[in-house]
Design a protein around this ligand. Structure first.
Ligand SMILES: Cc1cc2nc3c(=O)[nH]c(=O)nc-3n(C[C@H](O)[C@H](O)[C@H](O)COP(=O)(O)OP(=O)(O)OC[C@H]3O[C@@H](n4cnc5c(N)ncnc54)[C@H](O)[C@@H]3O)c2cc1C
Length: 539
């Protein structure tokens, strides 16, 4: 007799007290915090309900696992030794890319309907739970749209395809495609943070340019084009480099794929430009100004992605401790385990809350909101990604030895945890960026302070922490102290966002443990939290 049921009665022992794997998770229906924060931010509930059920389902989950297990392969040459520079993916990769594009990951923010950025932000949070590597080309495609506005004739051709919601992986010229994706290639070997050290050269070729040089990271080389930086006569300039010209490949050679810690489904590569045709975006010498539009938007995604990673780890850990027992009691009924779970839940909801709060600022088109988004996204990128690593490590430990085993999602999540803190401005660089924003764009500091001050009077511990921050740093800190300064502001901003939208048990839990710092150094070492109420929100 054949049966799909696994056998628990083995010759030597019976298998019990091992939680079954979760086949499907309704990413919207099972996430009360998401429902509340996304709706408060103006996100589109109908769209998110549909996508949450589909992306949490077994079919896409299996496709995502396949995409990570069966790694992308570089095909540099054809049989005859001619260059092709293609990357081959498992069909699971294409299935998840298609799901992302069709759900509106790259288009919702730009379709002119209300709540587009908030909806996009929730989709990023979902995708981090499903397949974080695929999020890379999707995020870059979404974020390229505002940068292209600097060059309307390019935007006219590319933007409708980037936002069509159609996945067309064919390797053909852009004119023949209904859907397209865009990558980014800025980082070079000698310096990624300091892009002014770029050595790639751009020389004029009638209306366009020719690029020669290398890029040390180009994370999605199968995209239809790349926003890149190169030195033209007038200085560092932003360019769009299409992968195909009319009927022939552009001079972009993929050197190799990187062997990375995680983000396995994503074919991060090293490339060289060999007389590659490129179109200028913005003025010569204004490259940073043009590409910063893209960076600003990718940073929003680097705020939401760690929230999604933490959510996936928390969800799995909650499931596990609800079903597993030790010392004659379910783990979730053990007092110390409850403290750990509640503590991780607070960090996870805090990361989501500040992310959705900022996404709603991206959605508003007034100067104050733009200024808040500018500085807020840097603060939250720093804090959310620093928290993410510790939260996932602790959630892994909640599964005991099984948390270290690849059949659970924990190792994958752990490998993903540091990434969003590194790209688009590593920790120190982000802190320097916050200082720069406060000097060069005083309205950003004003907008931030308006939010922080608007929440005074709600909780004396918050008021005291804000007062202490302002007393310690009446102006800018010394550069060496910038991490502390940024952490302090980011925690206050997160507390403000929670006090605005989260229930009191979560906001107070955050204020007592993160703002007033009534706690030890590690997760679960907390007092004064309403642990039962916080855990009840997990479903
Ligand atoms: C998986 C992955 C995918 C990526 N994809 C892409 C991509 O598609 N396109 C792309 O262009 N890039 C990509 N990157 C590259 C990434 O953006 C860079 O690695 C990052 O910007 C840092 O640059 P770097 O590696 O040269 O490090 P460096 O610039 O050398 O920085 C090293 C360290 O020094 C710190 N530092 C730098 N300056 C200062 C300072 N003044 N004071 C104090 N500390 C400082 C940084 O914070 C960092 O911790 C990717 C990276 C990864 C890991």
């Amino acid at each position: 007799m054949t049966t799909s049921q696994p056998v628990s009665q083995l010759g030597s022992h019976e298998v019990f007290n091992q939680p079954e794997p979760q086949r499907a998770v309704d990413l919207w229906g099972q996430d009360q915090a998401l429902r509340e924060h996304a709706i408060a931010a103006g996100g589109r509930g109908d769209q998110l309900v549909r996508v949450g059920a589909k992306w949490g389902g077994e079919t896409l989950r299996v496709a995502a696992e396949d995409a990570r297990r069966d790694l992308p392969r570089l095909k540099m040459f054809d049989r005859s030794g001619r260059r092709v520079d293609e990357v081959e993916f498992h069909p699971g990769y294409h299935a998840v890319m298609q799901a992302g594009l069709e759900a509106g990951y790259t288009s919702s923010a730009w379709d002119g309907q209300a709540g587009g950025q908030a909806t996009h932000a929730a989709l990023v949070y979902y995708m981090a739970q499903l397949e974080p590597g695929v999020a890379c080309p999707l995020t870059m495609t979404y974020a390229a749209v505002p940068a292209l506005r600097h060059q309307p004739e390019l935007a006219e051709v590319w933007t409708p395809r980037l936002t069509s919601g159609v996945y067309d992986p064919s390797s053909t010229p852009i004119a023949t495609k209904r859907g397209a994706t865009l990558g980014m290639a800025m980082t070079e070997k000698q310096g990624g943070s300091d892009v002014r050290a770029n050595t790639t050269k751009a020389s004029r070729d009638s209306e366009a340019y020719r690029l020669n040089g290398h890029k040390w990271f180009c994370s999605a080389p199968m995209c239809d084009g790349f926003l890149t930086l190169a030195k033209a006569e007038g200085g560092l300039t932003c360019f769009l480099v299409p992968r195909w010209l009319d009927g022939e490949r552009n001079g972009i050679h993929i050197q190799r794929l990187k062997d990375k810690l995680g983000n396995k489904a994503n074919a991060s590569s090293e490339i060289e430009y060999h007389n590659a045709l490129a179109y200028r975006i913005g003025e010569e010498g204004a490259g940073v100004r043009a590409i910063i539009e893209m960076v600003h938007h990718t940073r929003l995604d680097t705020v939401l992605a760690p929230a999604g990673l933490m959510r996936a780890a928390l969800q799995e850990a909650h499931w596990w401790v609800s079903s597993r027992s030790a010392f004659q009691k379910r783990l979730i009924d053990q007092p110390m385990m409850r403290s750990v779970l509640a503590d991780l839940a607070v960090d996870t909801e805090a990361a989501l809350s500040v992310g959705m709060f900022l996404a709603s600022a991206f959605d508003r088109d007034d100067a104050e909101s733009r200024a808040l988004a500018r500085i807020g996204v840097a603060l939250a990128k720093y804090l959310n990604n620093k928290r993410c690593i510790g939260v996932i490590a602790e959630a892994m430990e909640m599964l005991g030895g099984m948390g270290y085993v690849e059949e659970t999602p924990m190792p994958m999540l752990y490998r993903e945890a540091p990434l969003n803190g590194i790209w688009e401005g590593s920790g120190n660089v982000i802190c320097l960026d916050v200082l720069r924003a406060l000097v060069k764009e005083p309205q950003a500091g004003d907008a931030l302070m308006n939010v922080l001050l608007s929440m005074t009077g709600s909780d004396a511990r918050y008021d005291a922490a804000l007062k202490a921050h302002l007393a310690r740093w009446p102006g800018l800190p010394m550069e060496a102290e910038a991490r502390w300064f940024v952490e302090s502001l980011a925690v206050l901003l997160t507390a403000a966002s929670l006090m605005k939208t989260a229930p009191s048990e979560v906001a107070e839990g955050y204020v007592s443990s993160r703002v007033a710092r009534d706690r030890g150094a590690f997760p679960g070492a907390v007092g004064g939290m309403d642990v039962d109420a916080i855990i009840a929100r997990l479903g």
